[in-house]
Design a protein around this ligand. Sequence first.
Ligand code: CTP
Length: 402
Amino acid sequence: MTGVAGRFVVLAVTGSIAVYKMVELARHLVQSGATVQVVMTKSAAEFVTPLTFQALTHRPVEIEMFSMQDERAAGHVAMGRQADVVVVAPATAHVLARLAHGFSDDLVATTVLATSAPVIVAPAMETHMWQNAATQANVAALRARGVRVVDPETGPLASGDIGPGRLASLERIEAAIDEAIGVPQGLAGRSVVVTAGPTVEAIDPVRFISNRSSGKMGYAIAAAARDAGAEVTLISGPTALVPPAGVRTFPVESADDMKDAILAHLPRADVVIMAAAVADYRPVERVTTKLKKKDLGNEMIVRMTENPDLLKAIVAARRASTVVVGFKAETGDATAEAGRMLREKKLDLVVANDVAGDREVFGSDEDEVAFVSADGVERLPRLKKTEVARRLIEKLSERLAR
Ligand code: CTP
């Protein structure tokens, strides 16, 4: 899933057997950094319990119009107003008819009526119901009003028939959401190289020295760059993360491997973002047979030597127009250190990160950073890493547009 980070998605679920597929959609949207508010019709709640959606979205599922009115004034229209996009999926023949005629007799219909955000409907029903002139007229009326319809697909249906009526694939629904939200394509036609994760420096075939980098920031940046239209190469040390779809991922281990992979992709790169936690040192020699305790005795001494500075190598080899971004984690004044790094290493931007105190950074989904560049220091509040990534990509898009 793509550019929904930080956006408010209302997922309106109506009563079809395809409801279960929305569990996966809700999960994807949340993982992509969206706030997802699920609204269900009473019949949808017969197929999948609201609790399932609630657990995945971390928000109460709304069904009743009037319980919301207890909480806040005009609660039944609040959701439509807050939404960046309203997705009605699966949309039954019944809900299509009610939406086409502007009903407001339940929360799904009222939310659609009250919103000025884009509305997407993804119909799912039995073939004859879909092909019926009444349904087709309702769909045509909705389309004429600007509602985006993700047409159902042809395939085996719950009724046992085979024909049109199957809910569109999640990929198609997600693509419609992205298009509706209008993720800015500031990096269209650009090539972006992102590094992520730790590097692993081998001592022998089974032992290594590494660090606690989770890779989350780099992966989020790769996904955000892809969403902004870039062709993305992700060079990643070992992580537990699933590579983002639509991104070319090259797994590497050591700093040396990472350097080779970056230099191979550098000639085409418009942007290089060094989010990886490159090990500063590696064992002087990597022995090819496993070290034995009986040979080592009660002490093991590993002599380390400095790794190549990858940012230095990149800056030395880049085209003048290639934008290079570094990261600086400090327990002291991170922005001052970042400023020094910016000048000394001739970078275009440094993401400064204060890792002091009890703030969790490694493995966390959130981060508090500042962007340091020739333009000055831009401090961001504590944000989800996906949102930090989106803002970094936005900033780089602006810079490339100049
Ligand atoms: N980096 C690099 N090559 C290395 C080590 C780090 O290119 N051999 C990059 C990292 O990818 C990151 C930045 O340099 O973008 C981090 O710079 P560094 O000076 O190592 O900062 P810290 O690790 O934050 O600080 P310290 O000097 O305390 O190690």
